[in-house]
Write a protein that binds this ligand. Structure first.
Ligand code: GLN
Length: 291
């Protein structure tokens, strides 16, 4: 005879279906998330090691106790305010699935606009040597490397742990036209010349109340002095040193920083300074040509 396996006894735990579990988790997340149901689905799929599509096709099935416990633990992290991307360890950006950790900013859709503009500039001028300064998870560098395989992309970051995440992302995505260098802005790039420098630098003002909602993300990737302009100012001054003549700079910035960034670039001698709007109509990217 087969030995009868003891069933764990959970008097307070009735069998629960996938559907019920999503329902109650979504209700629990409602106060902390504006995408509570989606969050609940993503976390349950993660706990089960399945896709969201699986959840929809098996919504009446019961969830095993161990998976429920794993789900509860993920749910507790989300309820405490931790972003979904850190809990599941990845974020989709420009159709690339990127690993993200607490050492990287979570890539935003706004930054996809910077990638679009960069690709247009690359095509219009036949640029091939591209630098992405402060690459974080590698979002910008890897999107450009993927879309323009003939370009060689140099991605830098000041944090070695961050750079490891970016390098691993490149490897997993099979992108070999991108190199990674530890660098404080242009510090490690002296003697190098690029056609285009792009960056999504930290640009949140130190006292900005938005920082409270960004508490899980690395402050070094977000904060940049009293007006949020310290790093943009440095890039405006340093970038000409690593650009060819007629080389270009494209910087992401806050929705209310367009004029200030234009002034900074003009004051540092950049030509043809202009600003592009993001998909919500806000000024988001400002660039210029090396004088
Ligand atoms: N866009 C980010 C935000 O949520 C800031 C990113 C950055 O500082 N580069 O405010």
């Amino acid at each position: 005879m087969y030995a009868k396996r003891a069933q764990p006894h959970h008097p307070d735990r009735q069998p629960v279906t996938i559907q019920d579990l999503i329902q109650s988790a979504a209700a629990a997340l409602e106060p902390v998330s504006d995408s509570a149901r989606l969050d609940a689905e993503v976390l349950l799929a993660h706990a089960l090691g399945k896709t969201r599509a699986f959840l929809f096709s098996r919504s009446d099935e019961h969830v095993a106790d161990d998976a429920r416990q794993a789900f509860d633990a993920l749910l507790a992290r989300r309820a405490a305010g931790e972003p979904i991307a850190y809990i599941v360890g990845e974020r989709e950006f420009w159709s690339l699935s990127l690993t993200v950790t607490r050492d990287t900013l979570i890539p935003r859709p706004d930054t996809e606009r910077l990638v679009e503009i960069a690709l247009d500039v690359i095509d219009a001028h036949g640029f091939s040597r591209i630098a992405d300064l402060g690459t974080g998870s590698g979002a910008i560098a890897l999107s450009i490397a993927k879309e323009r395989p003939a370009c060689s992309v140099t991605a830098t970051d000041i944090n070695p742990d961050t750079l490891t995440v970016a390098r691993d992302n490149a490897q997993r995505l099979g992108l070999s036209n991108v190199e990674f260098l530890l660098s404080d802005w242009t510090g490690a790039l002296s003697g190098r010349r690029f056609d285009l420098v792009v960056s999504n630098p930290p640009y949140v003002a130190s006292g900005d109340e938005a920082l409270a909602t960004l508490a899980y993300e690395p402050s070094g990737a977000l904060e940049s002095g009293p007006e949020g302009l310290d790093d943009i100012r440095r890039l405006a001054i340093e970038a000409p040193g690593i650009l060819v003549a007629e080389g270009k700079l494209l910087l992401e910035h806050g929705f209310d920083q367009g004029d200030a960034v234009q002034q900074l670039l003009v004051a540092s001698g950049w030509r043809d300074v202009r600003t592009w709007r993001d998909h919500s109509g806000q000024p988001r990217v400002t660039g210029g040509v090396r004088a």
